[in-house]
Design a protein around this ligand. Structure first.
Ligand SMILES: *[C@@H]1O[C@H](CO)[C@@H](O)[C@H](O)[C@H]1NC(C)=O
Ligand SMILES: *[C@@H]1O[C@H](CO)[C@@H](O)[C@H](O)[C@H]1NC(C)=O
Ligand SMILES: *[C@@H]1O[C@H](CO)[C@@H](O)[C@H](O)[C@H]1NC(C)=O
Ligand SMILES: *[C@@H]1O[C@H](CO)[C@@H](O)[C@H](O)[C@H]1NC(C)=O
Length: 404
């Protein structure tokens, strides 16, 4: 109900003000009354359009008043003074924000290097530990003084502990010890895992002391082995995982049965780069629904269209925009608005007595869905620029990309 009343009010205002706009400041003839084109849009869109127009009329009205004041002043006192007026009332609709998962890049680990077991481990290259070897003299890891972290090798090839029950008398011992749980992912950091020793058809006949495991960059694991509970137990190195040590940086090692392993391409990381910076190479006066920033200085990710002046979000995420203006010397109120998905969200406002001019830079940060459209509109006034002044500018960056 209220919405309809407001539209009615807006239409009334529209009717009241329209005589002013024709043939007045700037380029009134180019004002577009596109309220009526919104008929089949949702009500909220229609309202937004109405508010846009109302805001515009307010703007024009102020300009006329200013011009009158200026004329009066010129006639009465030839005093020179400069003032800046702050504050404009505007109805602002925020774009639809979602409570979305943000994926933060986690390279902070690198700063931890000196304490990271991934870079401080002992090489344990003992071929008898391999899951396919059975030797006469049985080994017992209880006789080893375990200290710190270890990385398993087989004749120089990196491999990992088996995640499955290993037949008795393998790994150069009686009861081979295997990891009773999955290897961690990189983001898991250091985890504690149980260790089992297989004996007499019981895969976990010996529940040995738990160990710590960490996955490292470069697709290998480090283990903090501990003294096993008894003899003869020994930690196993799974010969089938030799292939894992050969996976590329862009691959991970996977297995369905924990016996056969293969390298698999990792899903592409969320690391789209989107940055743009453009400027308008000349003055702009009056209302311009969409400024076509023709001079494009940066367009990484090609999301900004220089032909239309519209930025289209190529992925979901947090974006930051900035846009600026330099008021023309006409002393009129000049408003540039950042428009996101049809909503006016931020203004860059200037107003200063003629013939001084002043610049204004505004910024805005928001969450955007893929395909969101962003552009800048000059609602009223006059902005000054030359081909090289870079005073009327528009730019932005993707700060954080969200999960798809
Ligand atoms: C107004 O617009 C017309 C064309 O739409 C253009 O020729 C004219 O220069 C504009 N005037 C001003 C003051 O911008
Ligand atoms: C007003 O300012 C202009 C430019 O700064 C100057 O040329 C003019 O003399 C000034 N007039 C008065 C009355 O101060
Ligand atoms: C164990 O596997 C490795 C690598 O496949 C192989 O070189 C070695 O000969 C095998 N050892 C035995 C005893 O089968
Ligand atoms: C710049 O724009 C902001 C937002 O409209 C306004 O508060 C501020 O007064 C403006 N600065 C100048 C110098 O006009």
């Amino acid at each position: 109900m209220q919405c309809f009343q407001m539209i009615a009010l807006a239409v009334a205002v529209f009717a009241m003000l329209s005589p002013y706009t024709v043939g007045s400041v700037g380029n009134a003839s180019s004002v577009e009354f596109n309220i009526w084109k919104f008929e089949d849009q949702p009500l909220v869109m229609q309202l937004a359009a109405v508010y846009k127009e109302m805001e515009h009329f307010k703007c024009e009205q102020t300009n006329i008043r200013q011009q009158l004041e200026a004329l009066n002043q010129m006639l009465t006192s030839p005093k020179n003074e400069t003032t800046t007026e702050i504050g404009s009332t505007s109805l602002v609709y925020p774009p639809n924000h979602g409570e979305e998962d943000i994926v933060w890049s986690s390279e902070e680990e690198d700063s931890m290097r000196p304490f990271d077991p991934c870079f401080r481990y002992t090489v344990l290259d003992q071929p008898w530990r391999a899951t396919n070897t059975s030797i006469k003299n049985k080994m017992c890891d209880r006789n080893v003084k375990w200290r710190g972290w270890y990385r398993l090798f087989y004749k120089g090839n990196s491999l990992q502990m088996p995640e499955r029950c290993v037949p008795m008398n393998k790994c150069g011992t009686h009861a081979p010890m295997w990891l009773a749980g999955p290897h961690p992912k990189r983001r898991d950091g250091i985890v504690t895992r149980k260790v089992c020793g297989h004996w007499n058809k019981n895969c976990c006949a010996f529940k040995s002391t738990p160990i710590k495991v960490k996955k490292c960059q470069g697709n290998y694991y480090v283990y903090k082995f501990t003294k096993p509970s008894t003899c003869h137990l020994a930690y196993c190195a799974d010969i089938n995982t030799i292939v894992c040590g050969k996976c590329r940086k862009s691959e991970t090692c996977v297995s369905r049965d924990n016996i056969n392993w293969r390298c698999k391409k990792k899903p592409r990381p969320l690391k789209r780069k989107v940055h743009f910076f453009a400027s308008y190479p000349g003055p702009i006066s009056g209302k311009v629904n969409r400024i076509k920033y023709r001079t494009v200085l940066v367009n990484v990710g090609r999301a900004f269209n220089r032909r239309t002046g519209v930025f289209r979000a190529p992925v979901k995420g947090v974006y930051q925009f900035f846009f600026s203006t330099q008021s023309g010397k006409h002393g009129v109120k000049t408003d540039l608005w950042l428009v996101i998905n049809g909503y006016w969200v931020a203004v860059s406002h200037t107003k200063i007595r003629s013939p001084s001019t002043v610049g204004n830079l505004s910024t805005y940060m928001t969450f955007l869905r893929r395909g969101s459209l962003v552009y800048v509109s000059q609602d009223c006034g006059s902005s000054w620029a030359t081909a090289s002044s870079n005073t009327i500018t528009f730019g932005g960056s993707l700060l954080v990309q969200s999960k798809r």
